[in-house]
Design a protein. Sequence first.
Length: 136
Amino acid sequence: MSMKITKELVEVFAHWTKAKIHIHASDIRNFPRERQIWWASLGQNIGVEINGKNEIFERPVLVIKRYNDQFSLIVPISSKIKEGKYYFQFTNYRGERNAIILSQIRAISNKRFIRKIGKLNSADYEDVKVKVKELI
């Protein structure tokens, strides 16, 4: 299935390319920890890969594993509640329901982390780890 290349599509990818260059060249030094929820610049991605939003292509993510000061394993979070084996629902720090999108697990540079917004409770985090292991 082919997607039509439009002016708007080219502009979105050009904007993300510029933002990505700035992120790459920055001196950002964030140190995420496991269980923490952060806003991260995930970008404009390909096909059904989950995209970031807004000017810096950000979305909330859960840190599954911090490998070192430069690299972490994350899963994106959505405010759209979905069910199934590829999703894990939880209640955020504001009392709102969210869904962790397990099928979109990925490793990212710690330079992509923008700001910490919370922490997943221990019981939910352990459940997420079990679900990730089941998928892998």
